[in-house]
Design a protein around this ligand. Sequence first.
Ligand code: NAD
Length: 551
Amino acid sequence: MSKVFSVTGGTALRCKGWRQEGLLRLLENVLAVGENPSELIVYAALGKAARDWASHDRIVETLRTMEEDETLIVQSGKPIGLMKTHAAAPVVVMANCNMVGQWAKAENFYDWEKRGLICWGGLTAGDWQYIGSQGVIQGTYEIFMRIAERHFGGSLSGRFVLTAGLGGMGGAQPLAGRLAGAAILCVEIDEARIRKRLDIGFLDAVAPDLDAALAMIREAQAAGRALSVGLCANAADVYPEIVARGIVPDVVTDQTSAHDLLYGYIPAGYTLDQVRAMRGSDPQALMAASRGSIVRHVGAMLAMRRAGAVAFDNGNLIRTQAKEGGVADAFDIPIFTEAFLRPLFARAIGPFRWIALSNDPADIAAIDDFILERFPDNRIVTNWIGLARKHVPFEGLPARIAWLGHGERTELGLAVNRMVREGRLAGPVAFTRDHLDAGAMAHPNIMTERMRDGSDAIADWPLLNAMLNCSSQADLVAIHSGGGGYSGYMTSAGVTLVADGSEAADRRLRLTLDNDTALGVMRYADAGYEESFEEVEAKGLGYFDLRPARG
Ligand code: NAD
């Protein structure tokens, strides 16, 4: 019998408290909005919500029956046991896909995964924080806007953006591009993914072939009209063809699952069915074909860059794969974090999220109103809330994302907890954030590339972050490392809190949200970023500045 994946709303508890109930609803939510829930896959090709269905079912049963003074231990998506702790301890702690350094390789991961020993949680899949494509939409929009400000006089109106990949995260690109005013062409090999993004309103139109797609883009550019167009084709064919025709997009990037040569990227010349079959029958040949296609794909991006396009890597390891395939200059393409977002991360301003556990969109609307009233001078946030209200449909439980920094997150968390307590919302609200946040991630080819002090690959920060968040009484804390093609490339930490209106939640929110962002500021201060020192001083953070005296 096939399973039905839906979310639960309302105020009826199935668990012994809202902390457990909130986490259970978030687990249901990541499957309801995930890419392939029948295989527990949420996004990024292999990012799973639990190791297998037996693990999933035991997690659900445990959340339903556990007491508040117990802590569930999850190891790579499998529940291991229930520990007696205390009411201020996390409800769930997780360690997902952490492999010992010299062993952290894709081939070991695939072998251990096949033997049922490990699974990859992505960033927000294994710890039940994923909220659908909108989770990255503001980040993608902010990147486009920084490009617009730096290169095109503040708007992408009349500009041609070329990208690929309309999966769980990449599916945010057409909407983010349209919101930034662009004519954006999104190449995607899987028709079903295109349909999904059309149905939810993230994508405006589909072109039958490249000629038609380019004509639609040209027309929108000429009219200065924002438009997103999907094209069902392989990016490793389309990008070189665009170069061959002498067409130069204004902006070029990519968000296929290039990080994984076996389960993510689809090489040119193969159908989806052929690729699925080859995963079992001839994985080496499939990986070689993926690598060959990525070499051509990135080669075309580099050619566009030389011809004047603004090119950037949107966090999918495509440059790394190309370099290993012999493209010596792949890293001429900058990474989005360093190129556009580092000044925000240096102040610990990053992708904060909240989710209405009641499943009532009115709760998100009330929180939007609060933010607009409380942070009128925060242009990034007020602009975003205005756009999101109008253009970003909810997927699964109603949720919102906004880039907020130290102090702002705490203020919002406490205000929402008060609104829950006073009955002004229909139910409790969960708070979380992306792992791609100031103090929470070491990822030398994405988040921490070219850190000012060279500390790119030092993974102490996310580990400290997770320990600090446990000490700060968060409800769920997770340490993740890369799996599949990301094996050995990253370590990160996730955190979730349930604002159930209680005074205990006030304490948990204050401690965790303050400490989480304070550590983020300190991580960047320690790497020598001026913005962080300003933040340390302005907000009175207790950072020990051990730099030799200057002057
Ligand atoms: P996904 O697996 O859900 O989707 C990837 C899509 O790419 C699929 O729809 C697939 O059909 C398509 N695709 C694969 N090869 C293709 C090709 N050659 N031509 C055209 N289409 C092709 O993955 P996702 O969740 O959308 O994530 C995409 C990538 O972005 C991953 O590498 C992920 O790790 C990365 N990511 C980056 C950020 C960020 O902050 N920038 C955030 C999340 C994910």
